[in-house]
Write a protein that binds this ligand. Structure first.
Ligand SMILES: NC(=O)c1ccc[n+]([C@@H]2O[C@H](COP(=O)([O-])OP(=O)(O)OC[C@H]3O[C@@H](n4cnc5c(N)ncnc54)[C@H](OP(=O)(O)O)[C@@H]3O)[C@@H](O)[C@H]2O)c1
Length: 266
């Protein structure tokens, strides 16, 4: 996702920099092929740029912001990761006025209309103006920090939450020996659901390892709002059990069921 945001910034007339220290060769290759200038370390990066957009696994968002803060960065800082409004508030405490709350909905931006960057906070309009061209559509949700994070949490609560539910149901049916009967009933009364569960297994498996952190952020968001967070706590567990399917491009529903049942006792 990060590289496609950088490409949109370049298409909007900005020079895009990044820091390669600690990153994998896959990330290095993506950034090099997009033509981003490598400043190698965070001190080098913070000296070179006027604004930063952070796109990384949700569980690293606080750590990245703290490193940027330690380097004395004084420009706008957009955190675009899938974290809760409370985590967003901690980022705002750390970064102060220059923090912009962000959340991304959609696929990595490679075609028009595919991807929206929601922004909120006092400097949200300024950050939205960075994207004059390219495939990222910006949506400003006002000056209230936390709104962009909340929108992302609500959106992913349904998309990734319902995927985890569907996969867990397929595993349950297997344990109970009713898979064939369930698929037959689904084909009669829930047309398309069996196929959806199979497509979900294929599409989610390679990314499941990084969904559990996001599910925990969603659970925390529900709980902070006085709503039950247990559903997404369980979804985090489902995705955690699938973590070793990272980068498994051809995983099938049977592979997922095997992972989900791996911790079963008896
Ligand atoms: N992909 C999507 O469709 C999508 C949609 C909406 C929102 N998002 C959000 O975008 C964010 C990133 O997702 P993604 O799909 O782009 O994940 P990704 O393909 O796994 O890329 C994550 C990138 O973050 C880097 N990274 C890992 N740990 C880091 C750290 N401690 N500090 C700095 N960088 C680090 C990784 O580098 P290494 O290669 O070195 O690990 C990699 O380049 C998440 O918050 C996600 O919720 C993604």
């Amino acid at each position: 996702m990060g590289v496609t945001l950088g490409v949109a910034l370049a298409e909007s007339g900005h020079r895009v920099h990044w820091a390669s220290e600690g990153r994998s060769t896959a990330t290095l290759r993506r950034a090099a092929s997009a033509g981003f200038a490598d400043r190698q370390s965070l001190p080098g990066l913070t000296r070179a740029v006027e604004g930063i957009i952070c796109v990384c696994p949700p569980e690293a968002a606080l750590e990245v912001a703290a490193s940027v803060e330690r380097n004395g960065f004084s420009g706008l800082y957009v955190d675009a990761n899938a974290v809760s409004p409370d985590t967003g508030a901690r980022l705002a405490d750390m970064l102060g006025e220059r923090y912009v709350d962000g959340g991304i909905v959609g696929l990595p931006a490679r075609s028009p209309g595919s991807t929206r960057l929601f922004l909120s906070g006092p400097h949200a309009v300024e950050a939205a103006e960075w994207f004059g061209s390219g495939f990222i559509e910006t949506v400003v949700l006002g000056e209230r920090p936390g709104a962009a994070k909340a929108l992302k949490m609500c959106y992913a609560a349904y998309t990734k939450g319902s995927s985890a539910l569907l996969l867990a149901i397929r595993a349950l049916a297997e344990v109970e020996g009713v898979t064939d009967a369930l698929l037959t009933e689904w084909s009669r009364s829930q047309p398309g659901l069996a196929e959806r569960s199979e497509r979900t297994a294929q599409s989610v498996s390679p990314k499941a390892w990084r969904f559990s952190g996001e599910m925990l952020e969603i659970a925390a968001t529900f709980e902070a709002a006085g709503l039950p967070g247990g559903f997404h706590g369980a979804a985090a567990d489902v995705y955690q059990r699938m973590a070793d399917l990272k980068n498994a491009d051809h995983a099938q529903i049977a592979d997922v069921i095997e992972r989900l049942l791996s911790e079963r006792v008896g």
